[in-house]
Unconditional design. Structure first.
Length: 413
């Protein structure tokens, strides 16, 4: 991965833009919670829940539509314009004095993100060689994991010296830095000139998901990622502060274990030889998650312990990363005639649609189910999603025959 950063200038600059934008996004998440408390007091949780729902709806609905509308536009204009809108929306948040204004600005911010992220992700396979693509995906995954771990710590440090409204200014600076890096980088041109219509561009990725077995399997694997991720993000505080009697530091450490498991896999995958392609590696992910959740359920029923939860959270992070890190390779291989941007937009939309289901489900489980029942339910849901992916993503007969022939030849020798 270090070699990729040294020799791929365009990718290096785009990764820096991604890191700058992610750092700002993490700060804005902390600041938004504090703004919600200032405006709504004890009702801040409802405001935050509504804001997160708006975010997910924007991702699910706006991603494919905006990709179709912008498919024929220069990539640089789409990315820089999205960053500019995000910077303006965030910069305006400290001036909001009504809850509805917060909702409107969040909707604008997340709609711009729904345009930026798929377009950015679709660029990566066009600017790096095939041999470096897994490393590029791993670095992108590391950036997301590091943001989840580092941003709250950075926000806490900044709040010691500045008011929370300054975090929004820092976020706007992050988006501005991202825009400047993208604007100064030479990028491939628009890819949608041959599309029959903008509507066809918007629906092309969704149609590809319905038509291609690997993409149908990927839709199931999205659920296998969303179920454990929602469990961790929503219910960690419930289990650590409740049955385990832990502290806020314990909550942060448990979340860090999930991120550490994900980062460990992301660092390992570029060095892993995959003679059978990404299919067996990605299908291992749900098995790891289901086994870890089932083991946690059994262990918790006997004796709840912080070490047990930490180990299980790390395993869940590793299983999710086995799927999420390699998703881009499946999309690249299935690009076909519809092109990469519509596929990445469809994946962006479908993956977040899963979170629209699993976030409320995890919230309900944390409030109404015993922890071991919630863990067992996560294991079952992930196993079902993984089983569906196996059935949908069957190996071509020629590949299976080749594998058997190779095994017979090896035995003969």
């Amino acid at each position: 991965m270090v070699g990729l950063l040294l020799r791929a200038k365009t990718y290096r600059r785009l990764l820096a833009a991604q890191v700058a934008a992610l750092a700002g996004t993490g700060l804005a998440t902390v600041a938004l919670g504090l703004l919600a408390f200032r405006l709504a007091g004890d009702d801040a949780s409802r405001v935050m829940a509504t804001a997160l729902t708006i975010k997910m709806v924007a991702y699910v609905v706006a991603g494919p539509l905006l990709t179709g509308l912008t498919l024929r536009l220069p990539r640089r204009a789409v990315l820089v314009g999205s960053d500019a809108v995000r910077a303006c929306a965030v910069a305006a948040l400290p001036w909001a004095d009504q809850v509805w204004q917060v909702y409107a600005l969040v909707a604008l911010l997340q709609t711009a993100s729904a345009a930026f992220t798929p377009a950015f992700q679709a660029l990566i396979p066009e600017i790096v060689d095939d041999a470096d693509y897994t490393a590029a995906l791993a670095l992108s995954r590391l950036a997301y994991d590091l943001e989840a771990v580092a941003s709250p710590v950075l926000a806490a440090a900044l709040l010691l010296v500045v008011p929370f409204s300054a975090l929004f200014a820092c976020t706007a600076v992050g988006f501005a830095v991202s825009a400047l890096l993208v604007a100064s980088t030479r990028l491939p041109g628009a890819t949608g000139r041959g599309s029959p219509s903008r509507l066809a561009g918007a629906l092309g990725g969704v149609r590809a998901f319905a038509a291609r077995p690997p993409l149908r399997a990927l839709a199931a694997l999205n659920l296998a990622v969303a179920a454990p991720t929602a469990l961790v993000l929503v219910d960690t505080v419930v289990y650590v502060r409740g049955p385990l009697g832990g502290t806020d530091t314990g909550v942060a450490l448990a979340l860090a274990c999930f991120g550490a498991g994900s980062m460990a896999v992301a660092l390992t995958l570029p060095r892993l030889r995959m003679p059978g392609g990404v299919r067996p590696v990605m299908l291992t992910g749900p098995a790891v998650v289901a086994a870890a959740a089932a083991t946690l359920a059994a262990g918790w029923a006997v004796a709840p312990a912080p070490a047990l939860l930490a180990a299980a959270w790390a395993a869940l992070g590793a299983g999710c990363s086995l799927i999420a890190t390699l998703t881009g390779r499946v999309l690249r291989d299935c690009g076909g005639h519809c092109g990469l941007p519509p596929l990445f937009a469809a994946q962006f939309s479908l993956s977040h649609a899963c979170f629209l289901v699993t976030y409320p489900l995890a919230g309900w489980a944390g409030s109404h189910l015993a922890p071991e029942a919630a863990f067992a339910g996560t294991a079952v849901l992930t196993a079902v999603a993984g089983g569906a992916a196996v059935l949908l993503w069957r190996e071509p007969p020629s590949a299976s025959a080749s594998a058997r022939t190779g095994a017979v030849s090896a035995a003969g020798r």
